[in-house]
Design a protein around this ligand. Structure first.
Ligand code: GLU
Length: 423
């Protein structure tokens, strides 16, 4: 399978990457006749359905929605819920695929899932948003649960949507079960540190990589593509580490400042105005140019397929920390590897979010809550341990961090799958 030029179906790209690394670990030879390659590259279950919502003006609008439960060999299905026009079934399949690999890389007891509604969510009123989200939860009332499938925030969703889902589930089932979703507000059972967890995990990985390669973060520059929940918190932690974040972008545009952007002020500005655009003390930059800045560290934290064979030649960063899921196509990844660019792959780099989701689920099940310090310490332990294992394996096999992360995930999931038996 060749990935051709430019962008392609993310599910096919995800399968292609998996199969390449399954061959590297000799999956078929190790488990002959079990057809694990097919089993681990196709979802256990894909649910696609129509959602109809009554608008405030009485009109009825319909949307296509989905939930893909990809693999639960290592634990209940786990993964976010995306409200975005690109939220198609194949996107969901790719994202759910990466989720089960990610939970295996950081070794937390979950499988992988993802849900989506293909919707331009910002165009809906608050009441329409609530009706849409609760309707989604009602349709999936018997498919989600703390020991079945646990949704969480993703692009376009956050604490508000998770609360609505928990509320809808409670109304249907007549009982409280906080652990059916993660990423809730702290006031109703969310975890300290969940909001910034993905960005925090990204920067823990960058710190480990810097330590390993003798890089002083105080002497580095960075660019962040996607100044949303993940990108903005990653930028904030890099700023605290003394790294100069010179460029940042969002869907509306990008800003640049040679001396380094004042990230706390930029966050304040985006909270007020809804975009990085118009930030005082920074120059305007073309949105896509943020990827091509001459910086030490690039954090792609937007959507899939940002770094492709079309723009990979223009990427100048020495280190790429994948805050988004699937930001680099396989062809672009090969080109970066041949240029010895250090890519910290998504399935490791952005696993901080689901890791703190795991802490939230543990706290909900025990109804005993941790301090922010405890969450941070445990997240640091899990992320640095996973980084260390991936990096050691990459050295052993003289391969990329992505290949090493996939090797670890594939072996863990295959072992769990085979131990379960075949009946
Ligand atoms: N949406 C996030 C991800 O892609 C978090 C998933 C979760 O917490 O379950 O990793």
């Amino acid at each position: 399978m060749s990935s051709g030029n430019g962008k392609r179906n993310p599910y096919l790209l995800a399968q292609e990457t998996f199969l390449r690394y399954a061959e590297a670990v000799k999956l078929n030879d190790r488990y002959p006749g079990l057809n694990l390659e097919q089993r681990l590259t196709t979802p256990d279950r894909s649910i696609e359905f129509r959602l109809s919502v009554t608008c405030d003006n009485g009109a009825i609008k319909s949307f296509t929605a989905s939930r893909v439960q990809f693999n639960d060999d290592r634990g209940p299905y786990k993964g976010g819920l995306r409200f975005h026009p690109t939220g198609t079934l194949d996107h969901c399949k790719a994202l759910a695929f990466w989720m089960y690999l990610k939970t295996a890389v950081v070794d937390i007891p979950f499988g992988g899932a993802k849900g989506a509604i293909a919707v331009d969510y910002d165009t809906l009123s608050l009441n329409e948003k609530e009706r849409l989200t609760k309707r989604y939860a009602v349709i999936l009332r018997n498919d989600i649960g703390h020991d079945k499938d646990i949704p969480a925030p993703d692009v376009g969703t956050g604490e508000r949507e998770m609360t609505w889902i928990m509320d809808a589930w409670r109304m249907i089932h007549g009982k409280y079960d906080r652990g059916i979703v993660t990423g809730k507000p702290v006031s109703i059972g969310g975890s300290q540190g969940r909001r910034a967890a993905t960005g925090r995990g990204v920067v823990f990985c960058i710190e480990e990589a810097a330590r390993e390669h003798g890089i002083d973060l105080k002497k580095t520059t960075a660019a962040v593509q996607g100044f949303g929940k993940v990108g903005a918190s990653a930028a904030e932690f890099l700023f605290e580490d003394g790294c100069k974040v010179v460029a940042a972008s969002d869907v509306h545009g990008a800003v640049y400042c040679k001396q380094g952007l004042d990230i706390p002020k930029l966050i304040e500005h985006t909270e007020k105005s809804g975009s990085v655009v118009g930030f005082a003390g920074a120059e305007k930059l073309d949105r896509d140019a943020v990827l091509e800045q001459d910086v030490d560290i690039l954090v792609p934290a937007a959507l899939e397929n940002s770094i492709t064979s079309d723009n990979v030649k223009s990427i100048k960063a020495r280190m790429i920390a994948e805050g988004a899921n699937g930001p680099t196509t396989p062809n672009a990844d090969e080109a970066l590897a041949s240029r010895k660019v250090l890519v910290i792959p998504d399935v490791l780099c952005n696993a901080g979010g689901v890791t703190v989701s795991y802490f939230e689920w543990v706290q909900n099940r025990q109804e005993f809550y941790w301090t922010a310090e405890q969450v941070d310490k445990e997240l640091h332990r899990i992320m640095t341990s996973a980084y260390g294992q991936v990096s050691a394996l990459a050295k052993k096999h003289k391969c990329t961090l992505r290949e090493a992360a996939y090797r670890i995930a594939i072996e863990r999931v295959a072992e769990a799958c085979v131990r379960r038996g075949s009946q």
